[in-house]
Design a protein around this ligand. Structure first.
Ligand SMILES: [Zn+2]
Length: 373
C-alpha cells in the first residue's frame, strides 16, 4: 500500500493510478487547476447549455438535476436557476422511510421550497432492501444497488420526459481520481462505467425478481442514450470555487440542516455530508477494512489540496478517526437488512485485506504501511 506523495490517498482505491512521481490524479488535477482560465470555462459552459434553452416544447424544462437536497445539489440547483437561467426539473430518488433520516426529508423539502419543480422517485422498499442485502453479502457494499438507483433513475426519467440535458455536480474522476468514470472533463456520458455502477443490477438480483421491479436500478443502454440525444454534464468542472466546504457554506446559508459533530462515532470530520442516510457510516467502516481508507481519508485529501491542512496533520486525523463507526449504526443496519450482528462481523471480516492489515502486540488491527505519526 502506497500513499500519494502529496496527500493521504492510498493506491488501494479501485481504478486509481499514480504517476511516475507517486502523485495521485486528483493532486495532479489541482496542481494544473491554478493555470485554468475559469472565464474561458464559464463561456464554454454557457455555450453548451445555450442550445438546450427552451429545447423542450412539451415539458418546457431545459434540464434535469439529480438532487438529494444536500449541500451540493442545493448549490447546483440555485446556480442553474439564477446564473445559467435554465428551467430545471429536479429529480430525487429517495431512500425508503426506514432508511431516510428526518434531516434528509427536511433538506429535500427545504430545497423544493426555494422554488423548484421536483419529481421524487421512490423505488419499492422491499426490493430496495433485498438488493442492499445482496450487495452487502456478495460485495461487502450495501450501497451498490442504491447508487445504481440514484444514478440510473435520473437519465431514465430524462429519456421518459424527453429532456436531453442532465447536470450533475462532481466528476468522480476529478474528485477522487477514479478513472473508471471516464474523462477528466465535463462530459459525464460514461458515468455508468464507475466501479459501483458497472455490471448493473444483474449482479445483485435474485431469481424471483422481475425486470419491471428493478428498472430504476438499470442504467439506460448506450443505444437509448444516443436515441434520446442525452448529454450529461458535470458542472464542477466549470466552477473555480466548487468544493465541499464552499458548497456547504452556501447551502447552510440557504437552510439545510447538518449533523451533530461526532467524528469518533461517525468516522467523518465534516458534519455536512451524506445527510439523508446513516448507514453510510457503516459502509465507510467496511471500505476502511477492505481498502485501508474511509471517509476521513477523502476529507483530509481535499483539505490538504486546498491548503488548509499539512500532510502530516492529515495522517494524524486519519489515524484517529478513519473507519470509526459507532455500534449503534451497525445494530440498526443489521436490523434493517435482517441479519445478526454476529453474521455481520463475520462477513465484514471476510473482506479484510490481509496484505495491508496486520495485528499488533495488543491484538489490534493496524495498517502495515501507515506512516508513523
Ligand atoms: Zn494526492
Amino acid at each position: 500500500m502506497k500513499y500519494c506523495k502529496k496527500c493521504v490517498q492510498p493506491d488501494t482505491r479501485p481504478s486509481i493510478k499514480f504517476d511516475e512521481n507517486g502523485i495521485c490524479p486528483a493532486c495532479t488535477y489541482v496542481d494544473k487547476a491554478q493555470y485554468i482560465d475559469w472565464e474561458e470555462r464559464q463561456q464554454e459552459l454557457l455555450k453548451i447549455v445555450e442550445k438546450y434553452k427552451k429545447h423542450n416544447k412539451i415539458n418546457h424544462y431545459d434540464c434535469i438535476i439529480g438532487v438529494s437536497g444536500g449541500k451540493d445539489s442545493l448549490r447546483q440547483a440555485m446556480y442553474v436557476k439564477d446564473v445559467l437561467k435554465l428551467k430545471a426539473l429536479l429529480v430525487s430518488c429517495t431512500y425508503p422511510p426506514e432508511q431516510q433520516t428526518e434531516r434528509g426529508a427536511y433538506n429535500l423539502a427545504n430545497m423544493i421550497k426555494l422554488g423548484f419543480d421536483t419529481i421524487s422517485i421512490g423505488p419499492s422498499p422491499k426490493i430496495w432492501k433485498r438488493l442492499m442485502r445482496q450487495g452487502f453479502l456478495k460485495y461487502g457494499n450495501w450501497a451498490k444497488s442504491t447508487e445504481m438507483a440514484l444514478f440510473a433513475s435520473v437519465p431514465r426519467l430524462a429519456i421518459a420526459y424527453h429532456i436531453p440535458l442532465i447536470l450533475w455536480g462532481d466528476n468522480p474522476a476529478i474528485q477522487f481520481g477514479n478513472l473508471g468514470a471516464g474523462s477528466m472533463t465535463w462530459d459525464g456520458n460514461r458515468a455508468k462505467n464507475t466501479n459501483t455502477l458497472s455490471g448493473g443490477p444483474d449482479v445483485l438480483i435474485e431469481e424471483d425478481m422481475q425486470e419491471n421491479e428493478i428498472i430504476w436500478y438499470r442504467y439506460p443502454s448506450d443505444e437509448e442514450m444516443v436515441m434520446a440525444n442525452l448529454q450529461i454534464v458535470y458542472l464542477g468542472y466549470f466552477w473555480s470555487d466548487w468544493s465541499k466546504i464552499n458548497n456547504a457554506n452556501f447551502s447552510i446559508a440557504h437552510g439545510i440542516d447538518i449533523r451533530q459533530k461526532n467524528s469518533l462515532k461517525q468516522g467523518a470530520l465534516n458534519q455536512f455530508e451524506a445527510l439523508d442516510d446513516d448507514f453510510v457510516v457503516v459502509n465507510q467502516m467496511i471500505k476502511h477494512i477492505k481498502f485501508g481508507f474511509g471517509k476521513v481519508s477523502d476529507e483530509v485529501c481535499e483539505m490538504i489540496r486546498s491548503g488548509s491542512l499539512t500532510r502530516e496533520e492529515g495522517f494524524k486525523l486519519v489515524k484517529k478517526y478513519d473507519g470509526k463507526c459507532d455500534n449503534e449504526y451497525v445494530k440498526r443496519f443489521c436490523q434493517y437488512i435482517e441479519i445478526s450482528e454476529e453474521k455481520f462481523w463475520e462477513i465484514v471480516e471476510s473482506y479484510r485485506n490481509l496484505e495491508i492489515w496486520k495485528k499488533n502486540e495488543s491484538g489490534e488491527w493496524q495498517l502495515i504501511d501507515f506512516p508513523d505519526v
